[in-house]
Design a protein around this ligand. Structure first.
Ligand SMILES: Cc1cc2nc3c(=O)[nH]c(=O)nc-3n(C[C@H](O)[C@H](O)[C@H](O)COP(=O)(O)OP(=O)(O)OC[C@H]3O[C@@H](n4cnc5c(N)ncnc54)[C@H](O)[C@@H]3O)c2cc1C
Length: 602
């Protein structure tokens, strides 16, 4: 049984922890108080959990020159259960910056396997609607479909977590700045003004290790013990729907598919609706049987019957169960993402029914947001006040995504409850019913499977480190978005000099994008230099650059806009201090936290 992580807050408890033996390398002079320890690992950041979010955070911190230790219960490269099947475009943009996008894109479904999303009566039955989504081979050339023209250097990528986690792990394990402690379970930590001291147990030998770090980040999943240890609670709807998920091997199924193959099938029939996802494009499939209201237990429905009904196959159809997982779709967001030096990211901070493929991908966005902030503080050019921006930015966004996904879940549940009994009827009457349901299904499916708003539309509206102006943020939905340089938005992507991504030209820290080569930038450059803030200047000339709308746009290390103007601000140093977190007062931070708590109160 995994043990609970305990955050020891009192001096007495802290003293008890500090008497544990540890090794001291002496590299971090701020840890003078731990000098008596004779067996400890020291690092700048300890990450608890090497799931996709913990590994992304580790890679991003290391990319920014930070030393990281990752403690993970699992064995090296041990595959997770079959869960997330897609990496969003925005996540792929992050992986592109980290230099791992190519490795991930070269894996997954076979290059020519269609990524289409199909609604049908059953997987082997009548097709109702189809969203064309380019295969990964087609992504390299001109492609068609609702997401094909998205303004990004990295379109979405269909690959299951079982395949990409080991690939990500190989990158993490090979990185000289990252040390992974596998089979290590974090049990407790204590923090004070100097740092965090954590105890982890080796699950094979039973030995204890002490890890001394400046910061700790819990990326330890939905049952996060770090979340509990920092006194954070999940708020929202604890049960939206129960789901029976079964991972099967069925070599016959591909040959039974009518017409062009698809990646994801939504079965709509009056007997049993469900979702089927191609995992390897050959013989492995993941089938989600979303239980209906009035089916309160996971075993309310016969699993084999449900699988055969969703697929539309008879008793002779053969399949093996590789694994099965029963889980609950929720809508929960943590009421705080941080306690002083300890943070939470990913499923540790929010859990929702993963419609739109935005469970893991929202966690990857958390990691990208937090990584640059911690790195900036540790590198010395930002004030610790910068870290207040993490919760202020990510909590409202994840709250919003949780409502989007709960909303789509309601639509899907309604759609499934109301499938007409004559949907499979022959002739004109049946066809008319199918045409109507096809239109409705397409409208629901395209929102979530081509969720441009979740990828590119979200913006940070309440951040203490963004200089807002008078223009309101453009509204967005799960599906729709408007690229914009309103501060807080993702900097619009444009191609430079033909096919060079603007994102590849940005510096690792702040970048001032200059749309008019005559615009003066020397004041900002000098102010940044005075505060030690790395600032690159990029002159942008591209036909699409008009949508930047201003002569100067200051872009953050995570590609969001921090400020814009047609001329430098009157006080460039004040702006630089704002964006490096030096103007966030404790009062401002407390007021923002209170406002957020009010907004997210049930
Ligand atoms: C059936 C299903 C389908 C899904 N489909 C999608 C999808 O299509 N798109 C999408 O975006 N998301 C999807 N999700 C959600 C997605 O899988 C999760 O959001 C994602 O795995 C979260 O990543 P994480 O790194 O935050 O947490 P996890 O993947 O849970 O990783 C946490 C890690 O922490 C480790 N750990 C925990 N406690 C400790 C400790 N005390 N000490 C050391 N290590 C510890 C665990 O071993 C684990 O490796 C799906 C989920 C399910 C269940």
């Amino acid at each position: 049984m995994p043990r609970e992580v305990v955050a020891c807050q009192s001096d007495r408890e802290a003293d008890m922890i500090r008497t544990r033996p540890c090794i001291r390398s002496g590299r971090f002079p701020s840890f003078e108080g731990y000098a008596h320890m004779n067996r400890a690992i020291e690092t700048q950041v300890l990450i608890v959990g090497a799931g996709p979010v913990g590994m992304t955070l580790a890679l991003d911190l290391a990319w920014r020159g930070i030393d990281v230790v990752v403690a993970e219960r699992r064995r090296p490269a041990e595959a997770p259960s079959v869960k997330c099947s897609q990496i969003s475009a925005r996540s792929m943009e992050i992986f592109r910056r980290l230099g791992v996008a190519r490795v991930l894109r070269d894996a997954g479904l076979p290059a020519d396997y269609p990524n289409d999303v199909v609604s049908c009566t059953t997987v082997t039955g009548i097709e109702l609607s189809r969203i064309p989504i380019p295969s990964r081979g087609e992504r390299s050339g001109p492609a068609a479909g609702p997401d094909a023209a998205w303004p990004t250097p990295e379109p979405p990528h269909r690959i299951n977590q079982t395949f990409f986690e080991p690939l990500l792990f190989a990158q993490v394990a090979a990185h000289p700045r990252i040390r992974v402690l596998n089979r290590a379970e974090v049990e407790q930590f204590v923090q004070d003004e100097r740092g965090v001291t954590t105890t982890a147990r080796d699950l094979d030998s039973g030995e204890e290790t002490t890890i001394v770090s400046t910061y700790l980040v819990g990326c330890d999943g939905g049952k996060s013990a770090v979340r509990r240890a920092i006194g954070s609670e999940l708020r929202g709807t604890p049960v939206i729907q129960r789901v029976q998920s079964t991972y099967i091997r069925a070599p016959e199924l591909l040959s039974l598919l009518p017409g062009k193959r698809g990646w994801l099938y939504f079965s709509l029939n009056p007997r049993r609706c469900g979702t089927t996802i191609a995992i390897d494009g050959r013989e492995r499939w993941l089938i989600h049987n979303f239980l209906y209201r009035g089916e309160p237990e996971f075993d309310s429905i016969d699993r084999d019957w449900a699988i055969r009904t969703i697929l539309g196959v008879g008793p002779d159809f053969r399949y093996d169960v590789i694994s099965q997982e029963d889980w609950i779709g929720r809508r929960l967001v943590a009421d705080r993402f941080r306690d002083r030096r300890a943070f939470i990211c990913g499923d540790a901070a929010h859990l929702w029914i993963p419609h739109a493929g935005y469970g893991m991908n929202a966690g990857i966005a958390d990691a990208a947001d937090l990584a640059w902030m911690i790195a900036a503080v540790l590198t010395g050019w930002a004030s610790p006040g910068l870290l207040d921006a993490y919760e202020a930015e990510r909590q409202p966004i994840t709250e919003q995504v949780s409502h989007f996904t709960a909303g789509i879940a309601e639509l899907i549940m309604k759609q499934r409850r109301e499938v007409p009994s004559d949907i499979e009827a022959p002739g004109a009457a049946g066809e008319a019913v199918r045409a109507r349901i096809a239109r409705e299904a397409y409208a629901i499916d395209v929102q979530q499977q081509c969720c441009g708003g979740l990828n590119f539309g979200y913006f940070y509206a309440q951040s203490p480190i963004i200089a807002y102006d008078d223009e309101p943020h453009p509204a967005y939905t799960m599906h729709d978005f408007t690229s914009s340089t309103v501060p807080g938005c993702r900097a619009p992507h444009v191609w430079m000099d033909g096919r060079r991504s603007l994102y590849d030209a940005l510096g690792p820290s702040y970048t001032l994008i200059r749309l008019d080569p005559a615009a003066r930038a020397s004041g900002l450059v000098a102010a940044a230099a005075r505060r030690g803030v790395p600032l690159a200047v990029v002159d942008l000339e591209a036909p699409e650059a008009a949508l930047y709308g201003r002569k100067l746009v200051l872009v953050r290390p995570d590609q969001h806009v921090a400020w814009r103007g047609d001329a430098e601000p009157a006080d460039p140093l004040a702006l630089i201090d704002l964006v490096r977190g030096a103007r966030v007062t404790p009062t401002q931070a407390a007021a923002a936290a209170t406002e957020r708590a009010t907004l997210s109160a049930p």
